[in-house]
Structure formats: structure tokens, C-alpha cells
Ligand binder design. Structure first.
Ligand code: GLN
Length: 290
């Protein structure tokens, strides 16, 4: 299908894009609508209401480029520079992993623990390890107004993006960014450690993810568990008494990560939490008081 060079309507542009994206995307129509809305500077609702309107040549050129980049499997979030996570908007680009809906399960589990913990009167100290865009740390900061949060990353580039998101959400006074490897940069033990560490085997994942998203955020080594081993070995010294640790996992990793968690925390309660699709998604480790 070809796209006319001028007097193109919204409908024609969308039809061309859906056709172009059919083979590479599970959601070609949604992708097309989001990219056209971005090119037009309109909301998606405005696009859907304006399907008979004509698009300017400049907008059409921009849309064509966006669709071609999407056809090369670039994530829609990078093309528009934004991604919604936990009801909040985040700035994203190639320097950070795109926030995933399943990671909201980790935020839910962390919020639930934080709200039910036994001594809710002192300031809650949290650390998000490998913060990337900052989406987990910022969602927690927004929903826990009394928490102080450290957010670490080994990628200085990622921290630049996280800084923008912290400012966007007005939580700079309570989220402290720290550069370094896993728990190493933490200045003190915390009550709650959360992390969505790299846990994939790169050869096994979706080609678009592997081509465009940062390998530092994805690569869990030859068995996907390399970072969990290092993180869990170091975690006991980074937690205050009665603290908890929550880790996102790949859907097939629960048994392996729970076993590593029990080695590191022999007396803790170790559980697995499912995501909305019913897959194993988070391992929680709650230590005993004192
Ligand atoms: N869920 C991501 C994916 O499957 C991986 C995220 C990670 O390694 N932490 O692409």
C-alpha cells in the first residue's frame, strides 16, 4: 500500500501505517494512532474524531519517518519519548528500559508492604536498585509521602533520564539518585529494597527489545540469574531489622530466585506474587524484626 504525498486524510495515513506495521507489531492500529497523534500534536481521541481531516505535508513526512522507525522495531515509547506507568507519565529514550505494565505488580507489592509495616511512624527508607527511568522509585515516592528513596544505577545515562522524571513529578526532595553497582552506593541500610534487575537471556528475547533497549538493563547472563546472585548475596547487610526485599522476576524464574533468597535470608518469609496475567512476577522476602 502506498501513501499519497498530499491531501492525505487521517484515515488514509492510519490505514497505510497499520498495513506497514502488521508484521512487526501485535498492536499495529494502536501504534499507528499513537504515532499519528504525536506527529499532529493531538490527543488520540482527537485523531479518532478527525479521521476525515487532511494532514499537512510536514506532518505526513514526520509520520512516515516515525512509522518507518517503528517498522524497524523501535518501541513506540522511544518514538514519542513518553510512557505511562502506574498512572504517571515518564520521559523515556534509548538510555533506559521502557517501563512495563507487569512491573506495576512490584510497585503494588511494595506499597502494600509499606502501608502495613509494623512501625509506620518513623520515616520509611527505600532503595530502588537499577532505577533506569526512575519509574519504580518515583511511583513509590508519589504514593508514600513519608518515604525517602535512594535510586541507584550503574548507567550514568539512565540517571540523567531519571533526574528529568524526578523533576517532572516534583519528588526531588525525597528521591536521591546514586551512581554505582547494585547496593554499593547506598549510604546506609534501608527498610525496603526493590529492584527490577536485568534477568533475561539476551538470545531468547524479542528482537525489537534486543535491538533497541539497553542491554545493561536486560542481560542476566547465560542463565538470566547472574544479577540476582550478586544482589541477594549483598542484600542482608543493606536491610534494617524487619526490612523487606522485593524483586521482579521472569515468569520461569520463581523457583530459582526463591531458593537464592532462602540461602541469603534463611529465617525470612519468601513468597511469589503473580502479575495480572497470572504469571510469576515478583519474589518478596520479609525479614523478622530485631
Ligand atoms: N520484562 C523485560 C522483557 O522481557 C525484561 C526486564 C528485565 O530484564 N528486567 O523484555
Amino acid at each position: 500500500m502506498t501513501l499519497p504525498d498530499s491531501h492525505t486524510t487521517v484515515n488514509q495515513a492510519l490505514a497505510w501505517a497499520v498495513e506497514t506495521l502488521r508484521d512487526i507489531s501485535d498492536t499495529p492500529r494502536l501504534d499507528a494512532e499513537i504515532l499519528l497523534a504525536h506527529a499532529l500534536g493531538w490527543s488520540r481521541a482527537r485523531v479518532l474524531a478527525g479521521v476525515r481531516e487532511t494532514i499537512s505535508d510536514d506532518t505526513l513526512r514526520m509520520f512516515r519517518t516515525l512509522v518507518q522507525r517503528r517498522a524497524a522495531r523501535e518501541p513506540v515509547a522511544y518514538l514519542v519519548g513518553r510512557k505511562e506507568f502506574y498512572g504517571l507519565e515518564f520521559i523515556v529514550d534509548q538510555r533506559v528500559l521502557v517501563p512495563r505494565p507487569e512491573t506495576e505488580t512490584l510497585v503494588d507489592a511494595a506499597l502494600e508492604w509499606a502501608r502495613q509495616r509494623r512501625s509506620p511512624h518513623n520515616t520509611l527508607l527505600i532503595a530502588d536498585i537499577g532505577t533506569g527511568s526512575g519509574c519504580i522509585a518515583i511511583a513509590l515516592a508519589v504514593h508514600l509521602p513519608n518515604a525517602l528513596i535512594y535510586a541507584t544505577d550503574l548507567s550514568a545515562d539512565a540517571l540523567t533520564v531519571a533526574r528529568q522524571n524526578i523533576e517532572l513529578h516534583g519528588v526531588a526532595d525525597r528521591v536521591t539518585l546514586l551512581w554505582g553497582d547494585l547496593l554499593a552506593p547506598l549510604p546506609q541500610p534501608v527498610d525496603l529494597l526493590v529492584s527490577n534487575p536485568p534477568y533475561t537471556v539476551l538470545e531468547d528475547i524479542d528482537a525489537g527489545v534486543r535491538l533497541h533497549e539497553p542491554h545493561l538493563a536486560l542481560n542476566g547472563g547465560s542463565d538470566g540469574l547472574v544479577v540476582y546472585r550478586r544482589l541477594l548475596a549483598a542484600a542482608p547487610r543493606a536491610l534494617r531489622p524487619g526490612g523487606a526485599l522485593m524483586l521482579e522476576i521472569g515468569a520461569t524464574q520463581a523457583e530459582a530466585v526463591m531458593s537464592l533468597a532462602r540461602q541469603a535470608f534463611p529465617t525470612a518469609a519468601v513468597r511469589v506474587v503473580h502479575d495480572l496475567a497470572g504469571r510469576d512476577r515478583v519474589v518478596t522476602v520479609e525479614t523478622a524484626d530485631g
